[in-house]
Design a binder for this molecule. Structure first.
Ligand code: URA
Length: 213
């Protein structure tokens, strides 16, 4: 189950919400956090791939031939926004093993406060694929908007954005910059704090999944 308000879908499935609560708890250890992220990313992947184009192919069951549904079109592209995106990527890739994978690396210039690209490697023919950009935390939206700018420059025209938590500020920023990009998330939190963290949130997603703090 999920509910959608224009371009934002919050996946309110009980399993997603239960797992998210354990992930938010600051006492949850890194290994458990990472495992839950893998599980939740597969449940979110189910939602973000809803409505993929389908075709049929002729197959032979043990009983008879049938015209059976199968995914249509070019293999989709999963784009991880480094580094925390990798935590979401792993689970989604397990569910869609034939997907092509790309990476976008951005850091924040401390003087201009603008995102600067340090890595960009994406699959070919982005214009022919559904592109799913993944980043667990949609906070200010600055890096997500910049990453999607780059994907569009590289030719992508059909993009969806998958995250774990979103702040209203980030959703508004994305809606303004990229109204054509639907967002799927497990929760829409209250706000950003003064240093750009989502509250109540779960802290620094990268640190929590990689154990760097
Ligand atoms: N990035 C994070 O990892 N956590 C936040 O709360 C905001 C951005």
């Amino acid at each position: 189950m999920s509910h959608a308000a224009d371009h934002l879908t919050v996946v309110d499935h009980p399993l997603v919400q239960h797992k998210l609560t354990i992930m938010r708890d600051k006492g949850t250890p890194t290994a458990v956090f990472r495992q839950l992220l893998r599980e939740i990313s597969q449940l979110l992947a189910y939602e973000v791939t809803r409505g993929l184009p389908m075709t049929t192919k002729e197959i032979q069951t043990p009983m008879q031939t049938m015209s059976a549904p199968t995914l249509d079109g070019k293999k989709l592209a999963l784009i991880s926004i480094l580094r925390a995106g990798n935590g979401l990527l792993d689970g989604v890739l397990e569910l869609i093993p034939s997907a092509r994978v790309g990476f976008v690396g951005l850091y924040r210039d401390e003087e201009t406060l603008k995102p600067v690209q340090y890595y960009f490697k994406v699959p070919e023919a982005l214009d022919d694929r559904l592109v799913i950009a993944v980043d667990p935390m949609l906070a200010t939206g600055n890096s997500s908007v910049a990453a999607i700018d780059l994907l569009k420059e590289a030719g992508a025209t059909n993009i969806r954005f998958l995250c774990l938590l979103a702040a209203p500020e980030g959703v508004a920023r994305m809606r303004e910059a990229h109204p054509d990009v639907p967002i799927v998330t497990a929760a829409l939190d209250e706000k950003l704090n003064e240093v750009g963290y989502i509250v109540p949130g779960l802290g620094d997603a990268g640190d929590r999944m990689f154990g760097t703090k």
